[in-house]
Design a binder for this molecule. Sequence first.
Ligand code: PMP
Length: 292
Amino acid sequence: MGLKIYLNGALVEKEDAKISVYDHGLLYGDGVFEGIRSYNCLVFKLDEHIERLYESAHTLLLEIPLTKKQMKDAVVRTLKANKLRDAYIRLVVTRGTGDLGLDPRKCKVATVFIITDNIVLYPAELYEKGMEIITVPTVRNVSEAVNPQVKSLNYLNNVMAKIEAVNSGYQEAIMINALGYVAECTGDNIFTVKRGTLMTPPQYMGTLRGITRDSVLALARMAGIPAIEQVLTRHEVFNADEVFLTGTAAEIIPVVKVDGRRIGAGEPGPLTRKLLKAFRGATRSQGTRYSL
Ligand code: PMP
């Protein structure tokens, strides 16, 4: 038996998990999503992810045909059906099937699907040696157009930036906002450490309020490390003592070079290591528990 996908209330085989070519998620990128992880039968920050999903949908006037509780139950049901202890969970809600026009009123009911699968991780070596990243020309969407807080299916802004990174031989890239300040990376948030203070750009810079980002800020404060939201220029990133990225899939990735500038000593810094350890501890000790 293959992988089971949750699709509109039913668990179906991966091969049978199909949606209409008239679905506006596909035609217009009209929909929202979340990427979540489970660690040893604990779903990390499930409530926070569900909350963000419903907030994204609320802004798009997209009605999700499940309560938050039903959505959480659906996630757990899918994990159990696939007997996954450690998983990457992709939760997607689209506007649903409509006609070829933009008008969302033609879509009578949202499409909901949940994929739970094995997670593809960055190589362990990257966490030991650190990553090299660059800044790319594509600027982060302005909040007044497509707000980066809305985790929508329209991810072309990030895809364009990713292409530019890959074209230059890098896996991740810093995206600058329309004002020239650092926003975030294509699928991760960015942090700097300077003289013991942890900094990350505030949301109004065009920065997604990442759930890993929030966890890291909280863990730092609990450990007595000063942690603030701070507007950052590339100059400040280049001259930071430490730089790292955060995201559900990546957890915490040390960055050792940005646009050819060595960061700090050119190796993962002590605070980055400390926070990665604390974060991994949290992911393995807290969350929504399920049994297989
Ligand atoms: N920024 C962007 C653009 C992202 O897509 C993601 C991944 N969802 C993040 C940041 C990190 O967010 P999180 O920690 O919630 O995964």
